[in-house]
Design a protein around this ligand. Structure first.
Ligand SMILES: Nc1ncnc2c1ncn2[C@@H]1O[C@H](COP(=O)(O)OP(=O)(O)OP(=O)(O)O)[C@@H](O)[C@H]1O
Ligand SMILES: [Mg+2]
Length: 232
């Protein structure tokens, strides 16, 4: 379960304080899938980073299950992330000095799971990248790096998976593959999914859709693809 109450984010810039998120309150039940949609620059990635404990709120409260993220320091949040959270970054954030396989193995090694190499090889196969396992990130295409980032987030079978534009760099076939992986994890393991996406098909598959507009988050009712295009 994720619960937020009046969460805001303000950053300091050379031009003064900038409030990126207006007070945000919402809940996501365990096993639910949520899509956050909205224009570029509206605050989607900022919110995702806060929900995952990667960044600190300016005001308000965030609970991941019963853990109060807003009261925890970076070290405590890192422990919690290791236990519960998977994160697929919009910019992938792969370790440049490690191969695709090593990048995927890393979270499994940190979590002390048995046979990290075999696990990583299996997941790389699922995202169609076995043939690129020994390439370094700078030897991979954007879509390939994205799939490595997805495999890395999946390997520990997290309770909560945050994904920022997980299909943003993929062609239709690979996008479909990733979509299936995400929703299989959701259905088979009860993983809570919080996705930021511009992809209408992906958004519509989620239980609920939330719209971010200028730092304000609102619940959208299930609207048709055509309607949503206008809303976004
Ligand atoms: N650390 C920061 N300092 C200053 N401004 C920031 C900072 N982080 C984010 N912003 C600004 O806050 C706004 C929201 O950024 P965010 O990355 O959350 O947008 P987004 O909705 O994810 O956009 P996109 O769809 O393009 O990824 C942007 O205008 C961005 O420039
Ligand atoms: Mg973003």
């Amino acid at each position: 379960m994720i619960k937020t109450a009046n969460v805001t984010k303000t950053v300091t810039t050379t031009e003064g304080d900038l409030q990126i998120l207006q007070p945000i309150s919402f809940e996501v039940n365990t096993g639910e899938s949520i899509a956050i949609i909205g224009a570029s620059g509206s605050g989607k990635s900022t919110l995702l980073g806060l929900l995952a404990g990667l960044d600190e709120v300016s005001e308000g409260e965030i609970f991941l299950d019963d853990a109060p993220l807003h009261n925890m320091d970076e070290e405590a949040r890192a422990v919690l992330r290791g236990q519960k959270v998977g994160f697929i970054f919009q910019s992938f954030m792969l370790v440049q000095s490690l191969t695709a396989l090593e990048n995927v193995m890393l979270p499994a090694e940190i979590a002390g799971l048995d046979n990290p190499k075999k696990r990583a090889q299996d997941i790389l196969e699922q995202v169609g990248l076995s043939h690129r396992a020994h390439h370094y990130p700078n030897q991979l295409s954007g879509g390939e790096q994205q799939r490595v980032a997805i495999a890395r987030a999946f390997i520990t079978q997290p309770k909560i998976l945050f994904a920022d534009e997980p299909t943003g760099n993929l062609d239709a076939a690979n996008g479909k593959k990733v979509e299936e992986l995400l929703f299989n994890l959701n259905k088979e393991q009860g993983t809570t999914l919080v996705l930021v996406t511009h992809d209408n098909t992906l958004a519509q598959q989620c239980d609920r859709q939330l719209t971010m507009q200028g730092g304000v988050l609102t619940e959208s009712t299930l609207i048709g693809v055509e309607d949503r295009k206008e809303a976004v």
